[in-house]
Each structure stands twice: as C-alpha cells, then as structure tokens.
Design a protein around this ligand. Structure first.
Ligand SMILES: [Fe+2]
Length: 335
C-alpha cells in the first residue's frame, strides 16, 4: 500500500536523493508548502566584499592552493513551485560564516580580514532545467547569538524580489572545542520563530558522502517557491537572466557591460541589476544601445527580430542581470 509520510518535505527529499533527475512535474495534485522566509540577516555581502570567484564552490577560492578550512559539505536540491514543477534559471545564492564564525562581510574596504582567506564566503548558481542546484562549501561556524546556519537567497525568473531563508543542522551544535553551544535550534532567534510545522524543512540532516573517508558530508534540500516564475517563453511577458561581458566604455570613461539576448519585434526590454544589501528589489538600470553611445534609456522596444545588445555601466557585482520583456501593447511602464 502506498503511504505518504506525514512529513511531505522529507518524502520529497528522499525521492530526490534516490532518483536523480526524476521530475515531479504534474505528479501531485496537492500543493507543496512553500519554504518559509526568514530574515536576510546583516551579512549579505556588499559589492566590495565578494571575490571574483563566486561560483557554487565556496571551498576553492580563485587559484589558491589551499582550500577553505572546515568540514567539506555539499548541499544539493531543486527549486520547485508549489505544484512540484521544477523552476529553471532560478538564481540561488548562498553565503555563510567560515569555520571560525566569520563572514566575508565588511562595511569597510574589501572583505573582512578575519575571514578565512581561502573561503569564498559567497556562491551562486542558476538552476538547471530540472530545477537542480548544487553547492560545495564548508560547515558553517558558530558566532555569538546564533546557532549554526546557512543563508540562502532565491530569485525566480520574472520576479524582482530576492527571497531569503536560512537552513540549519538537525543536530546539537558544539563549538570547535567540543562545548555545547548556548544557542541551539530551539532557542535560536531565527529558527524558533518559524512555525514548528515548517521548521523541520529548514533543519537539514547531513550524512557522510558515500565512498569518502575524508569526512565530507551532504544533504539534500528542495526549496519550494511561493512565487510562480514567469517563464521566458514568447509571446508572454517574462524575463531572462544573463551575464554581462565587460567591454571598453567610451574613451576616458568607465567600462561597460554588454548583455546580448534574442529579441522579437515589438517587445519592450528592460535591464535590472542585482539586488543590493539594503534593498531586496532588483533595480532598473539605464543603458545604451551601443558600446559608446549615451546611457540614455531605461527601456527599449525592438523594431526587428534577431539579437540585440544592451550596454550598461552598472557592474553586476554578483554576476547576473535580469532582462524583462513585454509583448507589444502591454503596459511598458516600469513594473
Ligand atoms: Fe548569519
């Protein structure tokens, strides 16, 4: 007899682990519970803090010969909508403290010098067509006032709000000298405020990576988005997420970032930069239609089919821009 466990999220987690690539699309009539949000926290990295190397491997920074200190930890999972459909091209961001409890965050110049110099501190990736993401990092360290946790930011296509949540460890937290930490999941000021029925979905069970003898651990975690993505499928309104390539700007000026996308006649395009620490919203950026032309517009309506390049001067400090598009006749004001 087919039995659905009470803890639906763990059921999905076990399925994801057991059958990589299996897609739940359309499988369930009943909606999944959206992952609860938590505070972003005070240490979302500033543009000046983060390294050039901000991929999904936080253990290896740039060309450093030494890896980050700590227990190598993998988190794999998928971004799903509440119907269980995978969300592709969602931007997943991860940032957390190093083994000693120090973030790379700094409100001065450059990264926090106390943070492990070999730890990236921040990583990101776009989900695949199956909604999948994977990060390699180290076990987060403890710092006063909190239990152990990772911070996550998820932006789904077509939405201009970064959704923030945190995951913890379903275990008793001990510091590096083996003493039980004062702040545990039960009295942590973030996890304790998440409704009990949803908290379990944020407290992950980490297990040894099979076949390894170096203490590496892994967990799976599916993020269920309460936001329905707007897929970049013409002729609908939607958005694309794209990188910008640095190019020379006008002589004596700043570099520009070139974003090239397929365009359709009559569609209106806008460029959005990364959300900042202070503002979770992605911001509309002014741009030019040529490499050296004036930065003179916030939107552009294509007059022919093909590809178009847009040139912005605002660097995508975390790597990506969002380009929204709307069909002819739609409201072309800033949404
Ligand atoms: Fe934190």
């Amino acid at each position: 007899m087919f039995h659905i466990p009470v803890d639906r999220r763990r059921f999905f987690k076990s399925m994801a682990a057991a059958s990589a690539g299996f897609t739940l699309s359309g499988y369930l009539a009943e909606a999944l519970t959206a992952t609860p949000s938590t505070t972003q926290g005070p240490y979302y990295p500033l543009a000046d803090d983060i390294p050039l190397d901000k991929d999904n491997d936080l253990v290896q920074l740039n060309d450093n010969l030494t890896s980050a200190a700590g227990v190598i930890t993998y988190v794999t999972g998928r971004v799903l909508d509440t119907n269980g459909n995978p969300i592709k091209n969602a931007l997943v961001e991860l940032w957390h403290a190093d083994r000693e409890g120090d973030y790379l965050y700094s409100n001065g110049v450059g990264r926090n010098s106390a943070c492990d110099a070999n730890f990236a501190g921040f990583g990101q990736m776009l989900t695949s067509s199956s909604g999948a993401f994977k990060f390699r990092t180290v076990k987060a360290g403890l710092y006063t006032g909190r239990t152990r946790h990772y911070h996550w930011g998820i932006t789904v296509p077509g939405r201009t709000t970064r959704f923030c949540t945190q995951t913890g460890w379903n275990e008793v937290a001990y510091n590096l000298t083996g003493q039980q930490w004062a702040t545990q999941n039960s009295n942590d000021n973030v996890f304790s405020t998440v409704p009990a029925g949803q908290r379990a979905g944020l407290l992950l069970d980490f297990a040894a990576v099979p076949g390894t003898t170096t203490g590496e651990v892994q967990a799976t975690w599916d993020f269920v988005s309460g936001y329905t993505p707007v897929e970049p499928t013409y002729p609908n309104t939607g958005s694309l997420t794209a990188a910008g390539n640095a190019v020379a700007g006008p002589v004596g000026g700043n570099p520009r970032y070139k974003i090239t996308i397929p365009t359709y006649i009559g569609y209106t395009y806008e460029i959005y930069g990364n959300p900042t620490f202070a503002d979770l919203e992605w911001r509309a950026l002014p741009f030019a239609m040529s490499q050296t032309g004036g930065i003179d517009r916030h939107k552009h309506t294509a007059t022919s089919e093909g590809t178009l390049s847009f040139y912005v001067e605002a660097k995508a400090t975390k790597g990506f821009y969002q380009i929204t598009f709307r069909p002819s006749g739609a409201n072309t004001g800033t949404p």
